[in-house]
Design a protein. Structure first.
Length: 161
């Protein structure tokens, strides 16, 4: 017995169309899956690239901040040393004129501050220059003399004389 399939042209076309549709759906699904995977990898690469750029930027910012802090510390130390050398109080280290002074005009600013500081200082001696002398004996009045004699008499009584 021979198996022969007898299909009409319409049935054959329907089976062919069904097979084509199934194959097309499978290929479309595979293609969409592959493209989604590629897009995901591409996004991850971009994010990794951005992350590396962001990390580099954060490192650069941190280094710049540390450099600025070190420069400020060095400038503050130079100002403190110079103020000590000039005999000026250390509270001038926060003077904006010194903090913003360039190397060229730093000496000029220090001299200007010294002049202003000395102008605020009082002139002359800081304490009294009058020398106290006790050349005059205090005057003893009658009451004090009588009290002294009474005290002497009591002392003699107590001591038994």
């Amino acid at each position: 017995m021979e198996d022969t399939i007898t299909l009409t042209q319409a049935e054959l076309d329907a089976k062919i169309n069904e097979a084509v549709e199934t194959a097309t759906k499978d290929l479309t699904a595979k293609h969409n899956s592959d493209m989604a995977k590629i897009r995901k990898e591409n996004t991850e690469l971009r994010n990794a690239s951005k992350t590396q750029e962001q990390l580099k930027q954060e490192q650069d910012d941190a280094l710049q901040t540390e450099l600025n802090e070190l420069r400020a510390y060095k400038k503050g130390k130079i100002i403190e040393d110079r103020l000590a050398k000039e005999g000026l109080p250390t509270f001038f280290k926060n003077d904006n004129r010194l903090l913003t002074a360039t190397d060229e005009n730093f000496d000029k600013v220090v001299k200007e501050i010294r002049k202003e500081y000395e102008a605020t200082m009082p002139k002359g001696s800081q304490s009294s220059t009058v020398v106290q002398t006790n050349s005059v004996q205090p005057q003893v009045n009658e009451k004090d003399r009588v009290n002294a004699e009474f005290g002497k008499a009591l002392k003699d009584l107590v001591s038994g004389r």
